[in-house]
Design a protein around this ligand. Structure first.
Ligand SMILES: NC(=O)c1ccc[n+]([C@@H]2O[C@H](COP(=O)([O-])OP(=O)(O)OC[C@H]3O[C@@H](n4cnc5c(N)ncnc54)[C@H](OP(=O)(O)O)[C@@H]3O)[C@@H](O)[C@H]2O)c1
Length: 315
């Protein structure tokens, strides 16, 4: 079969022939329709993730959409985090218990682009973040997580949603997703901008960390919640002790890896139903497997038009 293969860590995958997976007990072989290139795939393939450096060669792709017989499924893999191949191939071996069966009318590429990014947005908002109707929310960044978070917050009945982005393209995405206001992260005195646009915010959804998160935290109300789920703007964050303690802020981390299989399946089902009804989507580009090296570089370089989604069944 054709697959995207990482032969050297830190280098993009190349299309290559790979032996089809053999069926194992309690596993199924999925015919892959869509495999997104996500920040986690890039991180693992760089060899510097906290999972350790993966053995090469391997097929990346921690999730995908495919078919098993007549049914459309979402599936996870542990590619790059543990031994074994992932979703960026014509076929993938998946543990039976990890399959999530999707509604027949779910658009496969759009659902592939949403995947675990939308799961993270949904669970960080509702489960970790405890978002309530009418609350004021700040969402940092407007990649896949940010776009999903803004739409999901609107669906959940958030009162005011303030986004913050560093580029005009992301600003436009945030407005399209339903943000009431968008702050430019390049602006001077960012904390004052957040305080003005989102006074006494209840919840900060933070995939960026770094200086943007420290500035946004200044707008939180006493007892406000700050959920960090990524570090796109920095591994460290210059927040002061006074900011945290003067208003008794609650800072929590979130990772999809802590979800039980049942929680993850329920979140995927929620996302899939919204996607099937046209209520949830993130910008994405669909490319054939043969173009994986270029797609990978565009995703990592930030020049793609949203999430790159590989379509192994397309030539
Ligand atoms: N904890 C979890 O379970 C979980 C799950 C999914 C994702 N994540 C993490 O969440 C983060 C976002 O994921 P994603 O899927 O939304 O990624 P994405 O689609 O690649 O989007 C990344 C976003 O971050 C922005 N950004 C990147 N570098 C920045 C910087 N230096 N300053 C300000 N903004 C910056 C980008 O802005 P532009 O649009 O202007 O380029 C873009 O909006 C990643 O760190 C990812 O690893 C965590």
């Amino acid at each position: 079969m054709r697959a995207a293969v990482i032969s050297q860590l830190g280098r993009p995958p190349e299309p290559a022939d790979r032996t089809e997976p053999a069926v194992l007990a309690d596993h199924v072989v999925v015919d892959v329709l869509a495999a997104p290139i996500t920040p986690l795939d890039l991180l693992c393939a760089g060899g510097t993730s906290y999972f350790g450096a993966p053995a090469t060669p391997y097929v990346p792709g921690v999730q995908g959409i495919g078919t098993v017989g007549e049914r459309t499924v979402w599936f996870p893999t542990s590619a790059g985090m543990a031994a074994g191949d992932g979703s960026m191939a014509e076929k993938a071996l998946v543990r039976q218990e990890d399959l999530v069966f999707l509604p027949d009318d779910v658009p496969p590429y759009a659902m592939g682009a949403l995947g675990l990014s939308a799961v993270a947005a949904h669970m960080a908002l509702t489960w970790r973040g405890e978002l309530e109707q009418g609350e004021c929310l700040i969402v940092l960044g407007c990649g896949a997580v940010g776009q999903a978070a803004i739409q999901l917050a609107r669906i959940a009945g958030a009162g005011r949603v303030v986004a913050a982005t560093r580029s005009g393209r992301s600003r436009e995405r945030a407005l399209r997703a339903g943000a009431d206001a968008v702050i430019d992260l390049a602006t001077d005195d960012l904390a004052a901008q957040f305080r003005e646009a989102a006074p006494d915010a209840d919840l900060l959804l933070d995939p960026l960390f770094g200086p943007p998160a420290a500035a946004a935290a200044e707008a939180l109300r006493p007892g406000g919640r700050w959920v960090n789920l990524g570090s796109s703007a920095g591994e460290t964050c210059p927040v002061t002790s006074a900011t945290l303690r003067s208003r008794s802020l609650r800072l929590s981390g979130y990772t999809n890896n802590e979800l039980s299989p049942q929680q993850r399946a329920e979140a995927i089902s929620t996302v899939a139903h919204l996607a099937a009804h046209g209520r949830l989507s993130v910008d994405h580009e669909v490319v054939p497997l043969a173009e994986v090296a270029d797609a990978w570089q565009r995703q990592s370089g930030g020049t793609s038009h949203g999430r790159m989604v590989l379509a192994p069944a397309r030539s």
